[in-house]
Write a protein that binds this ligand. Structure first.
Ligand code: URA
Length: 235
């Protein structure tokens, strides 16, 4: 039984004890305020209801010293993810680069600086407000695209991270992240700026920050800003 399940069990037991206590004092029923239920419904309307998800630390523990794919043999650090465990927005990138592999933290190299600028200067959030992770947790050699077997070996961890955070929006950065989340080949230049769904979570597709670094045009900046405004409107 995991920590969340234990917590729920404790709450049920406390509730049972409390109800028996009330019964002892002659209570036959418990008043329920309907408006508060309505508020609850409204509050969660943009999020799928998760059943017992693991916590991020439990997921990290399960990942352990991962050797589920060949990337383990060339990595320095596993790059699990960073940020607010209750974030409304989760950014999903492709895979760690050289600097990320060295530090064990996602998006800390040049593409990371661009992403941080998008989040902080563009969206007006703090980097620590959001959660940032990748479809693969170990660096592909020479920054090549992650291969299918590597993505497959890592995908259950990404899925568990998303369920643990339960965000309102996922932003998929670039083609590999978008294709992984949607389970099909995504044509990012055509499909960026459109809404999709991953297991009930809203997904906004946009360019990878490394693409912006390579093709730093007014038009590309404007397009990413349009996409981020859509993501912001959903939180
Ligand atoms: N590019 C990515 O996709 N992820 C990182 O963490 C860094 C660069």
């Amino acid at each position: 039984m995991n920590q969340t399940q234990k917590k729920v069990l404790r709450i049920i037991e406390d509730l049972k004890e409390h109800l028996s206590y009330l019964k002892l004092f002659g209570f036959q029923e418990i008043p329920v305020e309907i408006p508060s239920l309505e508020n609850f419904k409204n509050d969660v309307s943009k999020k799928p209801l998760t059943n017992m998800s693991l916590t991020l630390s439990e997921i990290k523990e399960e990942l352990g010293d991962c050797r589920r794919c060949k990337l383990f043999s060339t990595r320095t650090h596993i790059v699990f993810g960073v940020g607010n465990k209750n974030a409304d927005i989760v950014f999903v990138g492709e895979g760690p680069g050289q600097e990320e592999d060295k530090q064990g933290v996602p998006f800390v190299g040049m593409a990371g600086q661009k992403l941080t600028d998008i989040i902080e200067k563009g969206m007006g959030l703090k980097r620590s407000d959001v959660y940032i992770c990748n479809i693969v947790k170990c660096r592909p050699p020479n920054n090549r695209d992650p291969e299918k077997d590597e993505i497959d070996a890592c995908s259950s961890f990404l899925e568990k991270q998303i369920k643990a955070i339960n965000p309102k929006v996922i932003v998929a950065l670039g083609k590999p992240a978008s294709s992984t989340l949607l389970g099909r080949n995504v044509a990012i230049t055509r499909e960026r700026g459109t809404w999709h769904s991953f297991q009930g979570y809203q997904v906004m597709l946009t360019f990878h920050p490394a693409y912006l670094l390579r093709f730093y045009t007014e038009e590309n900046r404007r397009l990413v800003w349009e996409d981020m405004k859509k993501a912001l409107s959903a939180i």
